[in-house]
Ligand binder design. Structure first.
Ligand SMILES: Cc1cc2nc3c(=O)[nH]c(=O)nc-3n(C[C@H](O)[C@H](O)[C@H](O)COP(=O)(O)O)c2cc1C
Length: 195
């Protein structure tokens, strides 16, 4: 399988980076191809600007966006790895979505309304939080995050989310709990590529 891992965290010593390393190791060990887009590492420009709209109107894309779109075209499974910041995603990932999942590439509009263009692709999401699971449940945050990313964004483009893992209260857990979380991430990755 061809897998695209999109990773958004500025710190290579972060827990998110440990998740990235863990899942990529599994994918490669199982014989799959995995491309990693480290958005901070490549200094991805997250600002959807006038030149992007001009390109979209011409039916094209700016070169950096075209590169990312090519990675998506080639991928069967998109793996998003990011922390929850302000009950959303880091701005660099939001900007990647704004610019890369563009009109004419990820969706179009027909007489019947919007239509997805990326049907057949699947997604898996790994999120880390500072808040506890209770906070997320009581506040309805998990439901809101799922609706926004799985349905409103990926689903709108035809991408089916087959896995969404939340690792809670990451800054406050013990080293043993962190290790257990990485074991969970490894098992998740194995399941993702097992069928
Ligand atoms: C700018 C910023 C905003 C944050 N906002 C939230 C938030 O809204 N909800 C939450 O649960 N945690 C929030 N956090 C905590 C992070 O989610 C948490 O520290 C991170 O997931 C831990 O993973 P890491 O060690 O890989 O950074 C925030 C952290 C930062 C830096």
């Amino acid at each position: 399988m061809n897998i695209l891992a999109v990773y958004a965290h500025p710190n290579p010593a972060s827990f998110n980076h440990a998740i990235l390393e863990t899942v990529v190791k599994v994918f490669l060990a199982k014989g799959h191809a995995c491309t990693v887009r480290d958005l901070y590492g490549i200094r991805f420009d997250p600002i959807l600007g006038p030149a992007d709209f001009e390109a979209i109107q011409k039916g094209s894309a700016r070169p950096d966006v075209a590169d990312e779109q090519q990675f998506i075209k080639e991928a069967e499974l998109l793996v998003l790895i990011h922390p929850i910041w302000w009950f959303s995603m880091p701005a660099i990932l939001k900007g990647w979505i704004d610019r890369v999942l563009s009109f004419g590439f990820a969706y179009t509009v027909t007489d019947q309304g919007p239509a997805p263009l990326l049907r057949g692709k699947k997604a898996a999401i790994f999120n880390t939080t500072g808040g506890t699971e209770e906070v997320y449940e009581q506040g309805g945050f998990q439901t809101a995050l799922r609706a926004s990313l799985e349905t409103g964004t990926l689903g709108f483009c035809g991408i089916e989310t087959i896995h969404h893992r939340f690792f809670y209260a990451v800054p406050y857990v013990t080293p043993e709990e962190r290790t257990a979380m990485l074991v969970q991430a490894k098992q998740d990755a194995e399941r993702l590529v097992s069928s």
